[in-house]
Design a protein around this ligand. Structure first.
Ligand code: ADP
Ligand code: MG
Length: 727
């Protein structure tokens, strides 16, 4: 399966989204499609054996829309299309205004005593607006009709055509000067203005991506043949050495090989305090070098870099629909036909049943058509999600899509993994005890040799310890990791194990000799791992890990937000109890295996949505099982892939913030939907003339058009207001 992003041109309304989704969904080789109206994009997952991007483009074009493949690594292009779209709309608005304003003035000031040939003058003014400025509406309506459906364009095209052609009839055959040309012209101009404003603000809602794209570095100073040369970043290859000076941007991802420095990583992690980095440590492309010069070895370039991945993740996230959106989709799919029906009924009741003048009945019907546009509803969800996910990304909180956001807003329980999540993931070996004839150094040599193959925080601690003691880790072979238990390998022809006491016992090794010592360390709240080889227990390591400084505060914030907390760990009971006590976590389970973690989550799900917070290294099954998997992991690839929410910063306090942001965004969506529907609900009866017999109120089509334009804009603005919220 491969993914392609298509830029779609000519989408006018949420109903177009459904048409395109249907067209692409039916195309050969297409696995899944998501179309985002607000972003003007389609994200297609397809089988490259059956189709290719140009096939996808053709499938869209057959339906009468424009489509173009967006290169994923390619930046800035979206910006250009957006500028083009904006320019087009602005031009149409200006032309519309040039003709519509004089038409309005003419018909308002000379209503009583029309000028000679006034009807013809208005006809002359209204025609370019109707057919040039308004051509997109006809086009949209036509495309929809050909696909057997109707969209907002249908409403505008029908409404304004009715006004225009009725006026034409009056002028040509009745010789009347009282007509509705100006109404149609002003209406079209206002709707185009609304679209223009909508495009501007829609762009603002997706600005998070633009901001990230602007970060892509341009040049790098590469050392080639012993000389330093400046080249465009695209020409840098993995393995090359790059020099970075103070104040420069790190060009690509890499590892420091010479020098130390402090880096401003705020663009990626949201953390504004610069971090120190030395030899052997990873640096992220696009971050800014503060002090110190360093040389780095390039590890990843182009679309493989962390920044490119983040951009892609945020883009994909903004495409993924929230389940609430389905409600909006459903409403808009029956809305347009329903509105046309209501407009017809309005006309028939006034004209035929009540015997009102043809013009009166027509005006009421046209107003109904115009005021009822469901576009504001179509914008309610995607714009809020774009703003919400963008706000998160800025703070290093990556929320992977509307669905994750919606679930995160409704969480009841938070389950934490211990090692690396509640604790700092930087445990230290505090004691080593070796079996009679073995030395501590020998134990460290063997254990570190095996642990070099593991990502586990305990494994890294053992390797670090070897480094500190100046011990060269043993060479090993046939390495195997047992998640949540330990690792095994062949060293010098013998099989060795290192891991939890339970793991060693399961391997059939007698741990009797160490039991007492192990229990003593455990009673002190330390984690114990054992080393065994050739059928014998050889030594034990005691490790202690410190609780993250922000853990207690985070837990109490979560409790204040009405969430319950628990901790699950493969570590021993004593450690778990001590840590639960220190952080205030309400309950804990110790000594459980990764598989059991998933079962625990499942049990919790009986009473509400559960989030699992882990480091993504050994708790992938639990993360996947939870309604929301949250991966802490200062940007490791695994964490980025497994989590529904990813923290780019190694900081637990991101968690309550992510949940609060999700809640705020969901509230905003609710508010947006209320306004969008409220407006239609109130507008339609007034436009239909329901209040007319009692109050004389009737919506003029021009006012209806203005209100319609404003309603879309106000929903988008309401989404943008989300940015003012603290989270
Ligand atoms: P947690 O649930 O706290 O994250 P894990 O499930 O990762 O803990 O591990 C549970 C236990 O398994 C650890 O306390 C340790 O005893 C053992 N263990 C797991 N992986 C390793 C490893 N690579 N080396 C040594 N011990 C390990
Ligand atoms: Mg863990």
């Amino acid at each position: 399966m491969e993914k392609a992003d298509l830029k779609i041109a000519g989408m006018h309304c949420e109903s177009c989204v459904k048409l395109i989704e249907k067209a692409l969904g039916k195309a050969k080789g297409v696995h899944s499609v998501v179309v985002n109206f607000a972003a003007g994009k389609a994200l297609v997952t397809y089988d490259p054996a059956l189709t290719d991007p140009s096939g996808l483009v053709r499938a869209v074009e057959k339906r009468g829309y424009g489509a173009r493949l967006i290169e994923r690594a390619d930046t800035g292009k979206t910006e250009t299309t957006y500028r083009g779209e904006l320019r087009g709309l602005r031009k149409r608005f200006i032309i519309g205004a040039v003709f519509a304003v004089p038409a309005l003035v003419l018909s308002m000031f000379f209503m009583r005593d029309p000028l000679p040939y006034q009807g013809y003058m208005l006809w002359f003014l209204a025609t370019p607006v109707q057919f040039y400025v308004g051509r997109e509406f006809y086009l949209g309506a036509w495309i929809a009709l050909r696909n057997g459906s109707s969209t907002m364009d249908t409403l505008v095209a029908l409404g304004t055509s009715a006004a225009y052609f009725y006026s034409l009839y009056l002028v040509l055959f009745e010789g009347e000067n009282h007509q509705y040309f100006e109404a149609s012209a002003v209406l079209i101009t206002l709707v185009v203005l609304g679209k223009y404003l909508e495009a501007v603000s829609k762009h603002r809602t997706s600005e998070a991506i633009g901001r990230l794209e602007k970060l892509f570095p341009k040049e790098a100073s590469v050392i080639r043949n012993g000389l330093e040369v400046k080249v465009p970043v695209e020409e840098v290859d993995p393995g090359e050495a790059v020099v970075v000076r103070p104040g420069e941007q790190v060009p690509v991802d890499g590892e420091i090989v010479k020098g130390t420095t402090t880096l401003d990583e705020s663009m990626v992690t949201g953390e504004s305090v610069p971090v120190a980095r030395g030899v052997g440590e990873a640096v992220i492309g696009s971050t800014i070098n503060r002090e110190g010069s360093f040389t780095m070895k390039v590890t990843r370039t182009g679309s493989e870099t962390m920044l490119a991945k983040i951009v892609r993740l945020v883009e994909d996230a903004q495409m993924r629909k929230a389940p609430v959106q389905r409600f909006a989709d459903k409403v808009s799919s029956w809305f347009v036909p329903a509105v046309i029906a209501v407009a017809c009924v309005t006309f028939i009741v006034w004209f035929v049943v009540l015997g009102a003048a043809l013009s009166f009945a027509l005006v009421a019907a046209v107003s109904v058509l115009v005021i009822a546009c469901p576009c504001a509803l179509g914008l309610a969800t995607p714009t809020a999600i774009m703003v919400g996910t963008g706000m998160g990304a800025r703070e290093g909180i990556l929320i992977k899509g509307g669905d994750a956001l919606e679930t995160a807003g409704r969480l009841r329980h938070i389950v934490f993994d211990k090692t690396g999540t509640i604790t700092k993931a930087a445990p230290e070996v505090t004691a080593i005890k070796a079996f009679k004839e073995y030395s501590e150094t020998e134990c460290v040599r063997l254990a570190a040799g095996m642990e070099r193959g593991s990502e586990h925080p305990l494994a890294k601690a053992v390797v670090r310890k070897a480094g500190m003691m100046g011990v060269q880790p043993a060479e090993m072979d046939d390495f195997r990791a047992h998640t949540g238990k330990g690792v095994e390998a062949l060293i010098g022809g013998d099989r060795y194990h290192v891991g939890s006491p339970r793991f060693i016992e399961e391997a059939g090794i007698d741990t009797e000799y160490f039991r007492q010592a192990a229990e003593e360390y455990e009673a002190e709240g330390q984690t114990v791992i054992m080393l065994a080889g050739a059928g014998k227990a050889l030594g034990i390591f005691a490790l202690s890990d410190t609780v993250r400084p922000e853990a207690a505060e985070t837990v109490s914030r979560l409790h204040a937000m009405g969430l319950s907390t628990s901790m699950i760990t493969g570590d021993n009971e004593q450690v778990a109890r001590a840590i639960a006590g220190e952080t205030g976590i309400s309950s804990y389970r110790a000594g459980i295996l990764p598989g059991e973690k998933a079962a625990f989550i499942e049990k919790m799900q009986g009473s509400g949505k559960v989030a699992m917070v882990g480091d993504g290294i050994n708790d992938a099954p639990a993360l996947a099982r939870a309604d929301i998997g949250i991966a802490m992991g200062s940007g490791t690839d695994i964490a980025m892939e497994t989590g529904d929410i990813v923290f780019m910063r190694d900081d637990l306090s991101c968690l309550p913030r992510a949940i609060r942001l999700s809640r705020l965004t969901m509230q905003r969506i609710g508010l947006n939907m209320f306004w969008a529907l409220f407006y239609n609900a109130v507008g339609i009866p007034v436009a239909a003339g329901l209040l007319y017999p009692w109050t004389g109120w009737l919506l003029n089509p021009m006012i209806a058009g203005g209100a319609m334009a404003l309603s879309s804009v106000s929903v988008v603005l309401s989404s943008l207001m989300l940015k003012l919220k603290k989270f």
